[in-house]
Design a protein around this ligand. Structure first.
Ligand code: HEC
Length: 114
């Protein structure tokens, strides 16, 4: 009986440590890594879009005019839910946390600011 409780306790502490290691705090979010891992294959390292990405219909992130036409909410919503009218755009809501998605929306802005 005691053993069972101990096991539950160890599991609980274990998952707590795991959680604190994952990026749940805004300051810990490695946006460069997320971009390289999950976004770059379509949006390209320079944000202009890869050949594949452009076929899917990505916009040039360095285009300040296009950026200005979009709100942060739109970005967050698109990254979370994908685009209803574009099946090539996959929703990331299940893979990234809310804070991570907000951080990525801000990250995308940076391409038009250099
Ligand atoms: C499979 C290719 C692909 C990947 C991977 C991808 N995107 Fe996109 N993304 C697209 C396409 C295509 C569009 C254009 C959708 C449209 O406007 O129809 C787009 C549009 C966007 C937009 C503009 C949304 C809007 O409201 O117009 C943002 C911001 C964005 N992507 C961010 C990201 C981020 C951040 C990641 C990584 C977490 C990512 N994308 C990964 C294909 C991709």
């Amino acid at each position: 009986m005691l053993r069972g409780k101990l096991a539950v306790c160890v599991l609980f502490i274990g998952s707590f440590i795991c959680l604190s290691n994952s990026n749940i705090f805004a300051t810990d979010i490695d946006t460069d890594l997320i971009f390289a891992d999950m976004c770059e294959m379509c949006h390209g390292p320079d944000g202009k879009g890869t050949k594949q990405g452009i076929e899917f219909g990505v916009h040039d992130f360095t285009d300040a005019e296009w950026q200005a036409s979009k709100t942060d909410e739109e970005f967050v919503n698109s990254i979370t839910n994908g685009k209803e009218e574009n099946p090539n755009y996959i929703p990331y809501g299940g893979m990234l946390g809310e804070e991570e998605i907000k951080a990525m929306a801000a990250y995308v802005r940076k391409f038009a600011q250099e």
